[in-house]
Ligand binder design. Sequence first.
Ligand SMILES: N[C@@H](CCC(=O)N[C@@H](CS)C(=O)NCC(=O)O)C(=O)O
Length: 223
Amino acid sequence: MLKLWGRPTSGRTQKVLWTLAEIGLDFEFILASATMGPGGHVSKGNQPFGVVDTPEYRAKNPNGRVPTIDDDGFVLWESNSIVRYLAMQYAPELLYGNDVRIFASASRWLDWENNELLPPQHEMVMHLIRLPEEQRDPHELERARRDFLKRLEIVEDQLGRTRYICSERFTYGDIPLGIRVHRWHVLGLATVSFPNIDRWYAEIRTRPAFLVWTADPANHLEG
Ligand SMILES: N[C@@H](CCC(=O)N[C@@H](CS)C(=O)NCC(=O)O)C(=O)O
């Protein structure tokens, strides 16, 4: 059975969890983290789940980060690569219409999410929730909020042209963006109107696979 190391509060782990739920693949979930544990973030004195610092884990993933998978002896880390692997290996029709151009287009949105959208959201989560209160900086939070909104304009524009992020059909490209947009709503910061994103988000939220790991606000607000 496929093994996944990660934690439900990690957006990158959620990419894999959502993808596995779309496919309907059974897996073993091993809680692992150096920064989060059952009680919350280590910056507040909580114990981490651990595992990631062990030699066994480092042999699988030298970064000591999550997520990592082991699929029948095939070990892979980097969340976006894991999502692409799962899509190609288990659900090419469902997750990209078995079309190389749709695959590449979805892949581009994964890279964009990782490079552009994730960094300001990470800052927001740190300065709103995870850092101890005395280390939170309202200016950093505001800067990150503005950066995030600026980048969402690109998503808004694309969703004015296509029903889903890279075509008329749902693809794995919608998964990381779905997590970021959902987390954004859960954080509840001041926003602006994005009618196309709202339409798409309403549709994404009805997917049974979204409900399994991503929907629960606790998986975004735990600090
Ligand atoms: N580029 C890597 C980054 C991995 C990463 O930074 N993961 C975070 C969780 S989202 C992590 O491991 N944080 C520290 C921890 O939980 O130990 C990926 O996408 O998989």
